[in-house]
Design a protein around this ligand. Structure first.
Ligand code: ATP
Ligand code: MG
Length: 398
């Protein structure tokens, strides 16, 4: 009997992917308008682990027969990994991936013309990586950055124009888009510019996705009426599975997991319907014996540090001030002044830490009452259970 997929898989087989029928159908309709020169721009949001990445990869498979579909994970860019974020570095990454994918599709990427372009604009070429013996120039960072940005942002359109006899359009998914918040002044340096190019490209659809809470400033910067896209960005939020879906999922895909009605209720509560947690937890539970509510609670406490592995790495990456802020919020939302008092700091000196935690989607500032609150339920549960078991919060690296 097949088990549930791992809770951290980045791509699911068709027989592992569950549900999301209406979301797939909505996306399909919208994205297919690209062929009529009506390419949409979409923002896909949702909690961590809700399934944004696997959803995009599923859509990619559906479209790649007719379209060039590029899936980019901005967090894989070298400049991000090396903690050295810059627009130029992101553009370099974008460029390389676009050329690579285009070549894999067998499209004409007009190499001679690109080479000439590089020469005439005095780009410094650091290196060449090659793909099927085609050289892909790696552009040096100190290059003429305005030129580089313009060139790269315009490239998808050029590739489409050059290959429109072969493809119906181009679809670009940019996952982990929220990391642009680490760019200095991301609005001016990146978003506005990007928008001006995107708007001109009627055969290139863009889907931005990432873990952003609905309160996130980035979402209003992008999608609100006063934002960069002036309300023309279509927003989708991928929701956790509801109770009925979870029930169907378990009975179809984990039929040897036997839960009483109460046990199921507890399972749903523990996982909050988030597919990553459902899979992590569902895989760990004993099979072929009936489990009751107490069994689930006990197993959950035992296994929480195993399946919150992603959160542990997030937690270990926080500074001790950031960890203290999170711990101060465990017993409920607080005003900035209250957090400052608990930490023995002035409210002003909290700004950087609060911003960083908000950028990572770990806390929110609720605009209706100005209270800061935690928005990662699994982290909350894990910290509380660590405290219960060990009598102390895990301040040091795990
Ligand atoms: N439709 C689905 N069917 C079955 N399992 C799913 C589905 N969607 C998500 N999952 C499970 O949830 C896990 C996490 O999904 P995914 O990485 O796509 O989440 P995410 O929203 O991109 O999270 P993050 O914000 O952390 O990047 C997957 O590895 C898989 O185990
Ligand atoms: Mg993801």
């Amino acid at each position: 009997m097949k088990n549930l997929p791992m809770g951290d898989k980045q791509e699911l087989q068709d027989n592992e992917f569950f549900n999301r029928f209406s979301e797939i159908s909505n996306f399909t309709v919208l994205l297919d308008e690209t062929k009529d020169s009506n390419a949409p721009n979409i923002l896909l949001t949702g909690l961590r682990g809700v399934g944004k990445t696997v959803f995009l990869k599923k859509i990619k498979k559906l479209f790649e027969k007719d379209y060039l579909v590029l899936y980019l994970d901005f967090s894989r860019a070298e400049v991000y990994q090396k903690n050295n974020m810059s627009v130029e570095g992101l553009m370099n990454f974008y460029y390389k991936e676009l050329i690579k994918e285009s070549k894999c599709y067998g499209l004409n990427t007009f190499d001679k013309r690109i080479e000439k372009f590089f020469k005439t604009n005095n780009f410094k070429i650091k290196d060449f990586s090659s793909l099927n013996s085609f050289p892909i120039p790696i552009i040096e960072n100190e290059t003429n950055s305005e030129e580089l940005i313009n060139f790269v942002m315009d490239l998808p359109n050029k590739i489409y124009e050059e290959n429109k006899d072969k493809i119906k359009g181009i679809i670009i998914f940019i996952d982990e888009f929220q990391i642009i918040k680490e760019l200095d002044n991301y609005l001016e340096s990146f978003l506005w510019k990007f928008r001006s190019f995107i708007e001109e490209q009627s055969n290139v659809a863009y889907v931005f996705s990432g873990s952003m809470s609905l309160q996130d400033q980035l979402i209003s910067d992008i999608a609100s009426y006063g934002g960069v896209f002036g309300g023309r960005m279509i927003t989708f939020s991928l929701e956790p599975f509801n109770k009925k879906t979870v029930k169907e999922y378990l009975s179809e895909r984990a039929s040897n997991l036997i839960l009483t009605e109460d046990a199921f209720e507890r399972f749903f509560k523990c996982t909050s319907g988030i597919p990553a947690y459902i899979n992590f937890f569902g895989r760990l539970l004993p099979k072929d014996i009936e489990l009751n509510e107490n069994d689930i609670e006990r197993e959950f406490v035992d296994s929480i540090s195993v399946f919150s592995i992603q959160l542990i790495s997030t937690w270990s990456g926080l500074s001790s001030r950031e960890q203290s802020i999170i711990i101060s919020l465990l017993d409920g939302p607080k005003r900035r002044i209250d957090i400052a008092n608990i930490l023995g700091l002035t409210t002003g000196s909290l700004s950087n830490f609060l911003n960083s935690l908000q950028n990572q989607g770990l806390i929110n500032m609720n605009k209706s009452n100005n209270l800061y609150e935690l928005c990662e339920p699994m982290l909350v549960r894990w910290l509380k259970s660590e405290y219960q078991n060990k009598g102390i919060y895990p301040y040091r690296k795990i």
